[in-house]
Design a protein around this ligand. Structure first.
Ligand SMILES: Cc1cc2nc3c(=O)[nH]c(=O)nc-3n(C[C@H](O)[C@H](O)[C@H](O)COP(=O)(O)O)c2cc1C
Length: 231
């Protein structure tokens, strides 16, 4: 329930009040409506490590739910070796993410992969990224990613379509670049951190802050309503 005083919330405008007449019925090829990109590092069967960009990931408490193509190397790895790192790149790292886009760690390349997809055994090198040791799991963290979540896949199961698997990963350690942490606290500073957003197959950062939740623990102060969001 939102208990914020109504007076601090901006009134709806014409732009935020669409009418039925503004909508078309369409059949978009994807429904990637703008979620953060994560880079998943996982362990291959031979003890080497795979790295894959994923945008179907979201947090529920300390659990991160991840959607993966069932034929990909990442799904294959997590079915047998549960350790992973969920690395969150910053917006300016999008070229490295895109270098990984046409690559799979699966050999031979599964038939369901898009045209042009090729096997790459060393995706860290292909992306121009470096691994750094994790503390609790075997796959490395991606150096330079401002947030790195060490985790274990506790449940891996098929989705309803049969094309994907749904992974529920329990986060066991959080690493955050000191520049995005509110000094002396455990809070991420939302004014300092920006995720890389995958928005209908295009990359974006965040725009300026619009407001904050009534539950924020890191209020900006007296600059007015919505000056800083929750960590
Ligand atoms: C920005 C971005 C987001 C992606 N999101 C997903 C995703 O959420 N789930 C998925 O299975 N593949 C996603 N992909 C495609 C995988 O990265 C791709 O299938 C890759 O080959 C997987 O590598 P792997 O086979 O080594 O696991 C995404 C690709 C990019 C570039």
């Amino acid at each position: 329930m939102n208990t914020a005083p109504p007076s601090i919330l901006p009134a709806p405008t014409a732009a935020t009040r669409p009418t039925a007449a503004t909508h078309l019925e369409i059949e978009p090829s994807v429904l990637y409506f703008g979620t953060p990109v994560v880079l998943l590092s996982t362990e291959n069967q031979d003890g080497s490590f795979n790295l894959a960009p994923i945008s179907s990931a979201w947090a529920l408490g300390r659990t991160v739910v991840i959607g993966l193509g069932r034929e990909g190397q990442t799904a294959y790895n997590l079915g047998s070796r549960p350790g992973l790192v969920i690395n969150l790149p910053a917006p300016d790292q999008w070229p490295a993410v895109e270098r990984l886009a046409p690559l799979t760690g699966r050999n031979p390349v599964p038939s369901g992969k898009p045209e042009g997809c090729r096997f790459e055994p060393d995706k860290f090198a292909a992306a121009g990224m470096t691994g750094e040791p994790s503390h609790l799991v075997r796959p490395p963290r991606v150096a330079g990613c401002p947030i790195q979540l060490e985790a274990r896949a506790e449940r891996v199961r098929p989705d309803v379509s049969g094309e994907f698997v749904i992974v529920e990963a329990a986060v066991c350690k959080v690493h955050a670049d000191s520049r995005i942490v509110v000094p002396g606290t455990n809070h991420i500073d939302p004014a300092a951190w920006s995720p890389l957003i995958y928005n209908f197959r295009h990359y974006f950062g965040l725009g300026p802050e619009l407001g904050h939740s009534y539950r924020t623990r890191t209020p900006r102060g007296s600059e007015g309503p919505g000056a800083r969001a929750d960590a």
